[in-house]
Design a protein around this ligand. Structure first.
Ligand SMILES: [Ca+2]
Ligand SMILES: [Ca+2]
Length: 105
């Protein structure tokens, strides 16, 4: 009885999942500030490259303003406090974010 109900519930879900895979959304450009369309985290270099409007290879505070979350963490990410976030600093920050954190942090 329970198994029958389960299959009734999962079958439409399975169709839905397959349909989602079959027709990828053709939105063109990714949403501003959002993750890339493949759902993967950008690397530090990719993230900086997206914000680096003057193409000097680093993101300054003006450029950081395009991403409010990044702007909020700017001083934390800019570990040498030179006013620029380098791809390396961004990569280090991403690594710290992805690393398991101790409880209570
Ligand atoms: Ca720049
Ligand atoms: Ca820096």
């Amino acid at each position: 009885m329970k198994r029958h109900l389960y299959s009734l519930l999962t079958t439409p879900l399975l169709f839905f999942a397959l349909g989602a895979f079959a027709q990828a959304p053709d939105t063109g450009a990714p949403p501003a500030g959002g993750p890339p369309p493949d759902g993967q985290m950008p690397t530090g270099a990719e993230f900086i490259a997206r914000l680096d409007t003057n193409k000097d290879g680093v993101a300054d505070k003006t450029e950081a303003a395009a991403d409010p979350r990044f702007a909020g963490d700017f001083d934390k990410i800019d570990t040498d406090h030179d006013g620029h976030v380098t791809p390396q600093e961004m990569t280090t920050f991403f690594a710290a974010m992805g690393a398991p954190k101790p409880q209570g942090g």
